[in-house]
Design a binder for this molecule. Structure first.
Ligand SMILES: Cc1cc2nc3c(=O)[nH]c(=O)nc-3n(C[C@H](O)[C@H](O)[C@H](O)COP(=O)(O)OP(=O)(O)OC[C@H]3O[C@@H](n4cnc5c(N)ncnc54)[C@H](O)[C@@H]3O)c2cc1C
Length: 455
């Protein structure tokens, strides 16, 4: 553990500074994934922008390894580091909605639940992810997929500007008209370019959606997923839907189809009819839901403190053969808490060009996620192996591309597939804003060797 003189920072910092000797330190080291246990030398829990600047300056001047914590939901534990400093944004959760402009300013440590709650008060929503405790920070910087992805695009497609503290401690605005290279990089390039103190989003009129689960016995999985695939490839943008292999509360193996229709409800009833009448569902919970209730549907499935390991792969198509492989592997799931999730994007997200933002995978609408979740540490190897071999079994169908936000701890060449052909431009922008790779506890993009921005 680094011996660190924290006094110079204490003199100016208004938030909490926690070292291993301080009460509350152990709690502050806890994140969503219990498999991640790291012990930073210092946790700087910021109270505002000035604290972020002070923490960045202190870390740089002391040569500290630096992690940035938003919602603490990164499966690979990138919110924390051993030794070093964590710039903890978990108190910076304010959300301010401008209903006239339909814009929202969100602090960098806010969760999706914080955002949905405030926007819903004005009948608005910002496209983001599907579990409320996830941080808007890490989710946005990785692209951001969720129930509105086909109608309104990725979270980054709705990002208007960011207020960023870069590695030199400077506060910059990144938008289409200011530091546009930085703005491009922040939209899919991860936490490489600075601490985002706040995000400004475009919101959309979404209040009530038609959503829920249609559940079938697992025996029907291959047929249900084939039907789901065929149905979704011609579905309207108002409909986003995922399928999943999971277990019911009684441990019964099931297959689920989970739609969210965000258009006119009566029209949605008609559109969803073929999904609901297919085969013999054991349960159909589809109903009109306030959008935040749809967002909370899976909250109980991802509690804090379980062990988690994820593997995933993006695909252009989902062939019958790939479905058979997925179902067969899903049936070998050893934990009833685990799941295989088949997410289908496309729509508005798919119509943006691959180099318009740092997020490149616009033409790969299928993401297949093997989500291993368990409670007993002794079972770790078994469940990790299940997820790992599931993804490996899909290599022959896959595009060697990954959604950044779904990547667990992986080697550099796998991380690079999250940005694909946009890597050289990202490396040039990294060299401009963070030439020493100060921000590297993330999906790291190494600075290009020259100083040319090239963006
Ligand atoms: C249960 C669960 C459900 C999920 N569902 C979705 C989903 O529906 N859609 C989706 O797209 N993703 C989803 N994800 C993935 C999620 O987007 C990523 O795990 C993301 O990293 C979480 O963000 P966070 O702020 O909570 O992460 P943290 O663990 O706090 O941070 C992760 C990394 O993000 C960066 N970071 C976070 N905040 C900031 C900031 N303000 N400024 C600079 N860098 C920052 C840092 O580099 C940090 O290392 C889900 C994850 C979980 C665990």
């Amino acid at each position: 553990m680094t011996l660190l003189d924290v006094q110079p920072l204490r003199a100016t910092f208004h938030g909490d500074l926690l070292t291993p000797a301080d009460g509350g330190y152990d709690e502050a080291c806890r994140i969503w994934n219990a498999s991640v246990q790291k012990r930073p030398a210092l946790i700087a829990r910021c109270s505002g922008l000035a604290d972020i600047i002070a923490a960045v300056d202190f870390a740089r001047e002391n040569g500290l390894l630096t992690a940035v914590r938003g919602g603490g939901h990164n499966v690979g534990g990138r919110a924390l580091c051993d030794d070093g400093i964590v710039i903890d944004l978990s108190r910076l959760r304010a959300v301010h909605v401008d209903p006239a402009r339909r814009t929202v300013r969100v602090q960098g440590g806010a969760t999706l639940g914080d955002l949905d709650r405030e926007t819903h008060a004005f009948g608005l929503a910002v496209p983001c992810g599907i579990v409320p405790k996830t941080g808007i920070g890490g989710l946005t910087l990785g692209g951001g997929v969720g129930w509105l992805v086909r109608k309104y695009g990725l979270t980054i497609d709705n990002l208007l500007s960011c207020q960023v503290v870069t590695a030199d401690g400077t506060v910059r605005t990144a938008s289409a008209s200011q530091n546009d290279d930085l703005f491009w990089a922040l939209r899919g390039g991860g936490g490489n370019f600075g601490v985002v103190a706040s995000f400004e989003f475009q919101a959309h009129p979404v209040t009530t959606v038609l959503g829920g689960l249609v559940l079938y016995s697992r025996n029907a999985a291959a047929d249900v997923i084939r039907h789901f695939r065929d149905y979704m490839t011609s579905a309207p943008d108002e409909l986003t839907a995922y399928a999943a292999l999971l277990h019911g509360p009684d441990g019964a193996p099931l297959v689920a189809v989970v739609p969210c229709y965000c258009g006119v409800i009566a029209e949605g009833q008609r559109i969803l009819e073929p999904l609901r009448t297919f085969g013999t569902p054991v349960v159909d919970t589809i109903q009109e839901l306030p959008f935040p209730a749809m967002q909370a549907l899976f909250a109980p499935s991802f509690p804090d403190g379980h062990h988690n390991y994820w593997k995933s792969t993006l695909q252009r198509d989902l062939s019958d053969e790939a479905i058979d492989v997925i179902v067969e592997h899903g049936n070998r799931m050893r934990s009833p808490l685990s799941a295989v999730v088949l997410e289908y994007y496309g729509g508005a997200a798919g119509r943006v060009s691959s180099d318009a933002t740092a997020f490149p995978h616009r033409g790969l609408p299928w993401d297949i996620l093997f989500i291993a979740q368990w409670t007993e540490p002794a079972e770790t190897a078994t469940h990790r192996e299940w997820a790992r071999s599931g993804e490996e079994g899909l290599h022959r169908f896959a595009a060697n591309a990954h959604l950044m936000s779904a990547l667990d701890v992986e080697p550099d060449d796998v991380i690079d597939t999250a940005v694909g052909a946009n890597l050289p431009r990202l490396r040039a922008i990294k060299a401009k804003y963070d030439p020493a790779n100060f921000f590297r506890v993330n999906y790291n993009i190494k600075p290009a060797l020259t100083q040319a921005a090239g963006a």
